[in-house]
Design a protein. Structure first.
Length: 185
């Protein structure tokens, strides 16, 4: 049995590798992130009692909080983007709104980073479940899909991806991200 949750978020990014592309200009998308979870053991479901392995609320609470509080309306930038220096010098209060990964923040790269983030959150808060499918719909015609097999091919993108907190970059120390959270994360 698999359980699927969908969440919508808005974001902005720019892709600098192809300077002639219209995506080199900052622009935004309203995206959907869809995660499919599965209990690691069939014995996890308490049939004849609660008839579920975990409540929907418990399964999605921390992930949805991350999407709503950290990911929604974040500006996604590559780690070498000069705009990061601008924010550090002129608008440091907005640093927690910058999602930063090595290379261009393509939907493929961000999906991989967020898949790792989801796995960190699951390991910390719902360890009996695993993500078996992860999707980001950038537009109605473009969707990136990842499965556990894809994780073996991807690079380690950034430390923030592997922490079960609200971090979306490594510009701030991990303890600063912990201040943003409540006991839920």
């Amino acid at each position: 049995m698999q359980i699927q949750f969908t969440r919508r978020f808005s974001m902005a990014h720019r892709l600098r590798a192809d300077r002639s592309s219209k995506c080199a200009t900052p622009h935004g998308h309203n995206e959907f992130v869809r995660v499919t979870l599965k209990a690691k053991s069939p014995d996890t479901v308490k049939w004849g009692q609660s008839n579920y392995a975990q409540s929907f609320d418990a399964l999605k609470r921390d992930w949805h909080r991350f999407v709503d509080e950290a990911l929604d309306h974040a500006f996604q930038l590559g780690a070498d983007d000069p705009l990061i220096g601008f924010f550090q010098a002129h608008e440091p209060d907005l640093l927690p709104r910058l999602l930063i990964i090595p290379g261009d923040p393509t939907t493929e790269a961000v999906a991989l980073a967020l898949y790792h983030k989801l796995n960190a959150i699951l390991s910390a808060h719902v360890p009996d479940f695993a993500c078996v499918r992860f999707e980001i719909e950038e537009t109605p015609t473009n969707t990136v899909i990842l499965t556990p097999e894809d994780l073996s091919h991807g690079p380690r993108l950034a430390d923030w991806c592997h922490r079960a907190d609200l971090s979306i970059n490594d510009l701030l120390p991990p303890e600063d991200w912990q201040k943003k959270s409540d006991p839920c994360l």
